[in-house]
Design a protein around this ligand. Structure first.
Ligand code: DAH
Length: 344
């Protein structure tokens, strides 16, 4: 018995297995019902009582070692390609790293900005945490004016004359630009905005806007219309038509909302344009003289136009995405659809 215990102990030291199957075979051979170690335990019952202490200890150590060895072999056999011996084949192709790509909202924002850059606009930015003055007051929203309810605001600090808040639109960057830049001004202001809205297919509490502002002498509504038409044709294709509908914004007078001809049915009427042939893309107007004066610009000498659009909305129309939430959920299948998009 002693010799057999020593033999198995030696054997354990050099035992090697490449596959999980081989490990299982070794386990059965040593510790299975008819295994060599199991047989020794059976025999142990019949040996002389005075030998029991010595061999009992030896057998227990042997069983413990065998179990540990099997566990060790199992771990190395199942880890990595070594299991199938495939690691030996250095010519096997590797696992490629997946390349990331730009997010569709970034692509759309960059396309919008690049179009206006071509027209000679500069890019301006402002803070996302703003004060009431730059988001409302200086844009001709008097305190307690109902127009403030057009945008549900997230307040950062309250009960203050000029509370801090998360900007609800990028029009605040207009004000900051007029305060510090020399005239004439021609800027485009891309940025993130926040509104306390329930999330749905058409609304989100965080989204992106691009604001435009042009201030000079003798700027006319026709200049505004031309700028928007050129933009729409660059963005949605050379056959695109626009139409302007009268609207209201506190910071522009007159104000308008702009629609583009539906780029899917080309004006015939489909379910994307709800049968109208038109899709709304932005708000705009001639800057209200009160807004110019609030930022220290002589409204008798200067005038201008402004416009603002939602980047997600433009991206939805351009790529026919019917649910805004796709832009925020980071589903790889959706994002990969845009991996080959290039800038205009
Ligand atoms: N700030 C407006 C909004 O968030 C969009 C807008 C409309 C901007 C008209 C403008 C404008 O500059 O003239 O809904």
């Amino acid at each position: 018995m002693k010799e057999r215990i020593e033999k198995i102990t030696e054997e354990l030291k050099t035992l090697q297995c490449k596959t999980e199957k081989e490990v299982e075979e070794a386990r059965v051979r040593l510790l299975g019902k008819k295994g060599e170690i199991t047989a020794l335990f059976d025999e142990f019952r019949t040996i002389a009582p005075e030998l029991k202490r010595e061999f009992g200890q030896k057998l227990n150590v042997l069983k413990k070692d065998a179990l540990a060895k099997i566990e060790e072999l199992k771990a190395s056999a199942s880890s990595g390609p070594a299991a199938g011996g495939a690691s030996d084949d250095v010519t096997m192709p590797g696992e490629p790293h997946q390349l990331g790509s730009r997010h569709p909202v970034s692509i759309a924002r960059e396309q919008i900005v690049n179009i206006f850059r071509k027209f000679g606009y500069d890019v301006a930015e402002g803070p996302e945490i703003e004060d009431d003055y730059h988001v409302f007051e200086a844009l001709n929203f008097p305190p307690n004016h109902p127009a403030r309810d057009m945008q549900d605001t997230f307040f950062v600090s309250n009960g203050h004359l000029n509370p801090l808040l998360l900007r609800t639109h990028t029009s605040s960057v207009q004000v900051r630009t007029m305060e510090k830049n020399q005239l004439p001004i021609r800027v485009i202001c891309p940025g993130r905005v926040f509104r306390n809205e329930a999330i749905s297919a058409r609304a989100h509490c965080i989204f992106h806007q691009v604001e435009g502002l042009y201030i000079d002498e003798n700027v006319t509504f026709a200049d505004l219309k031309q700028a928007i038409l050129l933009f729409a044709r660059e963005m949605f294709g050379p056959d695109t038509q626009i139409r302007m509908r009268p609207s209201y914004f506190p910071f522009t007078e007159p104000s308008a909302e702009v629609d583009v001809s539906c780029n899917i049915c080309h004006g015939k009427g489909c379910n994307i344009c709800k049968g109208t042939g038109w899709l709304e893309i932005l708000g705009c107007g001639m800057v209200d003289p009160n807004v110019l004066e609030a930022s220290g610009i002589d409204s008798k000498k200067y005038n201008g136009f402004a416009f603002g659009m939602g980047v997600e909305r433009i991206a939805m129309l351009k790529w026919q995405v019917n649910d805004l939430r796709h832009y925020f959920e980071n589903d790889m299948r959706f994002l990969r659809e845009f991996s080959t998009c290039v800038d205009v």
